[in-house]
Design a protein around this ligand. Structure first.
Ligand code: GUN
Length: 292
């Protein structure tokens, strides 16, 4: 069994991005610039955004973190996005989700200029992805594709089962794996909360992607011997014995599932790190489209 270590794979992607950024700045151009917008004080969102900003710094990108109170009016958030859309020194804009209930996530996503949509959540980006056109790929599925590439996991002709149909992970993941691209060409089944016989379908998976957000949902009796298992879950579960009072759990019961697999991602230290690598790659792509 091979552990698909996100630290190693993301470090390789980041090294490549660092070198490209150095070449850009050494030739007198400005660095790529990512703006991250955070609303409220959700603990997990704070951690993710802080990590995105830190990773930008590590590879020489400029980053700006903009914070709003939980009570911010939707119109204020929209004004801020429009200002960054019009700022020629900004290449990528992301608004960390989830947003408070009084704000329409869809309106916010659609307010971001598609040329700066480094999260790949805009319907224009999603539509291009479906049609196989160049586009920003949502960071998590993009990161998983980079991981499959880094560890040279064969995909052609395999049966991939994706549990979860979110716009952020499950749906774009299923499109990528079924596309005629490197690390694609799978036959894909998407499972969700209304799928009967989920266990039987999972047992047919050569590649199983768990992206439903339920801690340790995937048990050993749902996994075929020798399958590749990709765990997208990152749920905080209360644990008074842990230093922070919680523990991060994936969607896969790792201890019992790992011995059955040929390869598996750990949580933490797996897909989460690749998500950031995907975001950084999208930001450099947005920069190149802008600066030429
Ligand atoms: N919330 C959970 N995942 C993501 C992500 O990839 N991007 C943003 N902006 N918010 C998220």
């Amino acid at each position: 069994m091979m552990v698909l270590d996100g630290k190693i794979a993301s470090a390789a992607v980041k090294q490549e991005l660092l070198e490209q950024t150095q070449m850009i700045t050494q030739s007198g151009n400005r660095a790529p610039h990512l703006v991250a917008i955070l609303v409220g004080t959700n603990g997990a969102s704070e951690t993710y955004v802080a990590s995105k900003v830190k990773n930008c710094e590590e590879i020489g990108f400029q980053s700006t973190l903009v914070r709003f109170e939980n009570t911010v009016a939707e119109s204020i958030l929209l004004d801020s996005i429009h200002a960054f859309n019009n700022d020629p020194n900004v290449d990528g804009i992301l608004v960390q989700l989830p947003l408070p209930k009084h704000i329409s996530e869809q309106k916010i996503i659609e307010a971001i200029d598609p040329s700066k949509d480094v999260d790949g959540f805009h319907p224009s980006s999603a539509g291009k992805l479906v049609q196989g056109l160049p586009s920003f790929i949502p960071a998590t599925p993009f990161g998983i594709m980079l991981m499959l590439e880094y560890f040279d996991i064969p995909t052609k002709g395999k049966h991939a089962v994706v549990i979860g149909r979110s716009n952020i992970v499950g749906r774009p993941m299923s499109i990528l794996l079924s596309s005629n691209i490197p690390r694609g060409n799978c036959t894909v089944t998407i499972c969700h909360s209304h799928t009967p016989n989920l266990k039987e379908i999972c047992l047919q998976a050569d590649i199983l992607i768990a992206a439903l957000g339920k801690p340790e949902f995937v048990k050993a009796d749902m996994v075929k011997d020798g399958a590749v298992v990709i765990d997208v879950g990152i749920t905080r579960v209360d644990d008074p014995t842990a230093k922070k009072g919680f523990r991060i759990k994936g969607d896969v019961a790792y201890a019992e599932v790992a011995p059955k697999t040929s390869a598996i991602t750990p949580v933490p230290g797996g897909v989460g790190l690749m998500t950031i690598a995907g975001l950084l790659k999208n930001t450099l792509q947005a920069y190149k489209m802008r600066i030429g």
